[in-house]
Design a protein around this ligand. Sequence first.
Ligand code: HPA
Length: 284
Amino acid sequence: MSTQLSNMFDTSVYEEACGYISGRVKESFGERKPIAGVILGSGLGGLADVIESSLVIPYSDIPHFPQSTAVGHKGNLIFGMLGGKFIVAMQGRFHYYEGYEMRQVTFPVRIMKLLGIDYLFVSNAAGGVNYDYRVGDLMIIRDHINLMPNPLVGKNNDRFGPRFPDMTRPYDRTLIAKAEEVAERLGYSLKKGVYLAGTGPTYETPSEYEYFRRIGADAVGMSTVPEVIVARHSGIPVFGMSVITNEAHHFADDFVNDGDDVVKAANEAAGRMTAIFTGILESL
Ligand code: HPA
C-alpha cells in the first residue's frame, strides 16, 4: 500500500486538511460553521456563481486534497451564503474513473463532516433509463443501487461511524418532502427515482441500459453513491438530485453518447436545480 493511502486511515490527515480550511474560513467569516455541504456534478457548477460573499479555496491549496481532472469540473471549495444559510460547496468532485482510490473520492465528505455540516446535498448528470425520462428532467434520488466498489471497504474508522452502517434510508425523507414543496411552488415537475452508480468511464451499451432498467434503476451515472455512503456512515442526512442529460432508451440509428452533450444538458438544467437547493436551504 502506498504511503499516501495508508496515511488516509489516519485521522490526522483529515484533521490537517480541516485545520487549514477552518483557518481560512475564520479569517473571512470568524467562527462560523456551514450548515450544509453541496457537491456539484458535471455541468452543475453554476450553483457556485450564486453563492454570496464567497470565499473560494482551490483544492490545490488544501493539504491532502486530491485535484479534479474531469470535463466540466473545476476544483474549488466555496464558502458563502445560499438561501440565507452559510454553506460549503464543492465545485468539482473526484470520480473513481479518474483513477482515485475510493478514500480519495470520499475524502471531502469527511472533511465537511469535521467542518460541522448538518446536511449533504449531492448532484449529478445522469442517463435516464426510465422510459418516461427526458433530457432536462430533474430527478430526486429516492434510493440508489451501488455497482461501484464500496468506499468503506477496509479498516473501519470508528471516529466517523460504525463497521456495518444502515442503508435502509440513504436519502432523507424530510429533505425530499421539502424539495417537492419547493418544486410545486416554483411550478417545476420533478421525477423521483433510483440512481444506479457504475464505475464508468464508458457509457453503457444498450443491453446494459436495459439490464439497469430491469433491476430497478431510473437513472445511471458514475458518481455520487460513494459520497452518499460515506456521509450516511457518519450520520449526515443526504438530499440528492440527478439531471437527466441523455435518454438511455429508444436509440436512433445515428445516436452516440457524448460527454460534451451531457455537460451542455446539465448546464441548461443547472438553474432549476439551484432554485430547488436554494429553496430547501431557505426552509432549514
Ligand atoms: N451513463 C453513465 N453516466 C452518465 C450517463 C449515462 O448514460 N449520462 C450522464 N452520466
